[in-house]
Design a binder for this molecule. Structure first.
Ligand SMILES: *Cc1c(COP(=O)(O)O)cnc(C)c1O
Length: 390
């Protein structure tokens, strides 16, 4: 028996592979520090857990959820966008609930692009934009994110014939894996170009709340006329330490939200209503204090790793957002070699940048998802390993 031919297009999911490598080290009795996958190590805030406990006891919540998200959930998202971003959206037409943004991103691509269409995808990037485009039979056009341009794609370099076939353009700021942020002028340029070429601008705002040193990330929907062409993914996963709960929303352009909702109504049956209630409570219960506390933790961790690895001779930035550090490999190694080197000689999992696209070659990514003590330990081991290099 053989899986469908389209499955041959799919590489193994990166983090499954890294987990497997880390596990094989652990089986050798090694104490492995995993700075690979971007999965918060801290607990969901207690007030959110309490709301979930209450909601899960209510029998009415045990039935199939509303496919597109409960009215109360969609209204809570609309209220949050008004409060947080000063953006007005229609809760019934411009918001759809998602079983995590990964699900929504994948399905929006299926809803909007197919054979003969082009999808503009950053390189490096979260792998889902590319893999789902390929699966859906559309063509990927890579937009390089390079350090000298602040990891912003050069949208003016996209040829006219590519724009003509393009259906969607993906952006993600604050950015995974580079930690870059986008100035408002860049977002404005993206909205204007997408309006000119009738392309859906898809903004993955998974790290909207994970910012430091006074920086505050915008929504793409704050840009004038953005609702004409833009849809944004807002996720509870990272800001509320809720990756396991699977809840997010797509917000914005009516055509995109409707197409995604229609496709999803044929695929899944929505987010567990109790989880939606907990998500509403998360937004209503003073999340600003939660974000501030979490961001304090990540900023301290960032500082520990940045200063430690700089002392060890690596060139690291001080990102204003995300819990990622994106930095050049030690001299004379590829990304894959460097990742293997740190796993084998420092028992530390560091993601090879090449896993995020061709432009990621020569880079590594660290996720700040361990305690300060563990991070300090990882840094020390990495420094020792680098020192001992022939
Ligand atoms: C973590 C992450 C997501 C996934 O978010 P979920 O809502 O948990 O599915 C989406 N996009 C990027 C860039 C991420 O880093």
């Amino acid at each position: 028996m053989k899986p469908a031919a389209r499955m041959a297009e799919l590489p193994p999911y990166l983090f499954l592979e890294l987990d497997r490598l880390a596990d094989s080290r652990r089986q050798l009795g090694r104490d492995v520090i995993n700075l690979g996958v971007g999965d918060p190590d801290l607990a969901t805030p207690e007030y959110v857990v309490a709301a979930m406990v209450e909601a899960v006891h209510r029998a009415s919540n045990h039935r199939y959820p509303n496919y597109l998200g409960a009215k109360e959930f969609r209204e809570a998202v609309a209220r949050w966008y008004a409060k947080r971003f000063k953006v007005t959206v229609d809760a019934s037409e411009q918001v759809v609930g998602l079983i995590g943004s990964k699900e929504g991103i994948a399905h929006l691509i299926w809803a909007m692009a197919g054979p003969g269409d082009v999808v503009l995808v950053p390189d490096p990037a979260y792998p889902v934009y590319q893999t789902q485009t390929v699966l859906a039979g559309a063509e990927v056009y890579r937009m390089p994110l390079i350090a000298s341009r602040g990891f912003l794609p050069d949208l003016t370099a996209i040829p006219e014939h590519v724009w003509r076939k393009a259906k969607m353009l993906w952006l993600n700021y604050p950015n995974n894996p580079t930690g870059a942020t986008a100035p408002r002028e860049f977002l404005t340029e993206a909205v204007d170009l997408c309006r000119t070429h009738d392309v859906l601008l898809c903004h993955d705002n998974a790290y909207a709340e994970m910012t430091f040193d006074g920086y505050r990330a915008p929504s793409i929907l704050e840009i004038p006329n953005a609702l004409d062409v833009a849809v944004e993914f807002y996720s509870w996963s990272k800001p509320f330490n809720m990756t396991g709960w699977r809840v997010a929303a797509a917000v914005g352009n009516t055509v995109a939200v409707k197409a995604l909702g229609l496709l999803k109504s044929h695929l899944d049956s929505g987010v567990f209503t109790a989880v939606q209630e907990a998500a509403i409570a998360a937004l209503a219960g003073g999340p600003e204090a939660v974000f501030e506390q979490m961001n304090g933790v990540y900023a301290r961790r960032r500082n520990v790793v940045v200063s430690g690895l700089r002392k060890a001779g690596l060139d690291l930035p001080t990102p204003k957002a995300t819990f990622y550090l994106w930095f050049r490999v030690p001299e004379g190694m590829t990304s894959a070699e460097a990742s293997k080197f740190f796993l084998e000689s420092a028992d530390t999992v560091v993601t090879p940048g090449s896993a995020y696209g061709q432009q990621g070659e020569g880079w590594l990514r660290i996720a700040l998802t361990e305690s300060e003590e563990r991070l300090a330990q990882a840094v020390e081991r990495m420094a020792t390993a680098l020192d001992a290099r022939p």
